[in-house]
Design a protein around this ligand. Sequence first.
Ligand code: NAP
Length: 282
Amino acid sequence: MAMILKGSEVVEAINERAMNDIEDLKKQGVEPTLAILRVGEREDDISYEKTATSRAKKIGVAVKNVVLPLDVTEDALINEVLLLNADDAVHGVLMFRPLPEHIDEDKVRNMLAPAKDIDGLTDLSLAGVFAGIDTGFAPCTAAACMEILDYFDIDCKGKNAVVVGRSLVVGKPAAMMLLDRNATVTVAHSRTADLPSVVRQADIVIAAVGRGKMLDAAYFTEGQIVVDVGINFVDDEMCGDVDYAAVEPIVQAITPVPGGVGTVTTSVLIKHVVEAAKRSVK
Ligand code: NAP
């Protein structure tokens, strides 16, 4: 039986620290504020916006919701980003992607000021993650994986870590953050030869593939720590990239889906807003 690395415990700890910081900031006349910029009416975006808005407000972070129509022009969207950059009352901006096809997403995301880039969208934020400096912020999901390892006192030093997936939002930044924690890191992907044996050699596995239950019992061995980033739907049921029922009895510790990385990600987003507000008064 594995130890279950429950997101709710990590969330509680993050929120407690954030609430103390918010209290200090409010004493200095600063109300940490998150702006959520949404283009169009995608169901996923609206649902995440609702969750993020209510969780932010609950701990004392104000939220400004900006919604633009699906046919918004690139210039109008850039103008909105520049207004948010210039607004001293806004400390962090979450911009949903993908943007509509007629908009150059790379151009727009890089218009965001790194100081307000709380979800690591800009190249400058990512450069900061790679350089180990706080230019902006790490993508929240990669940071959430680290929050989980830190909260449960999982020491990465000298451990073999395998990250399955090399996206800019999860796999690559998570690999850099593990390296920063002195793990020996392997990044695996769709062209990796004999993936099961690569994953079996890891002490710590971060699965960020996007294929429901792909990593089954053949990928794991006893003593491993498994962080499952995947959010997939198989037969209308939410599941991770790891086949939880088959793997949980084998490994030392594992995050559940739902109730693992996803729930911590939203708290990291709010934590980043508070951190951005703290940096703004320094
Ligand atoms: P992505 O951009 O599609 O990247 C998936 C990665 O997995 C790619 O690097 C790909 O390799 C690799 N891959 C795909 N099939 C593979 C296979 N058969 N064997 C080995 N590697 C394979 O996805 P993502 O945005 O990183 O997201 C990954 C998962 O995390 C998804 O389930 C997503 O829903 C979830 N997610 C969760 C959160 C959260 O808050 N919990 C946030 C974001 C994403 P190549 O590079 O070679 O194509």
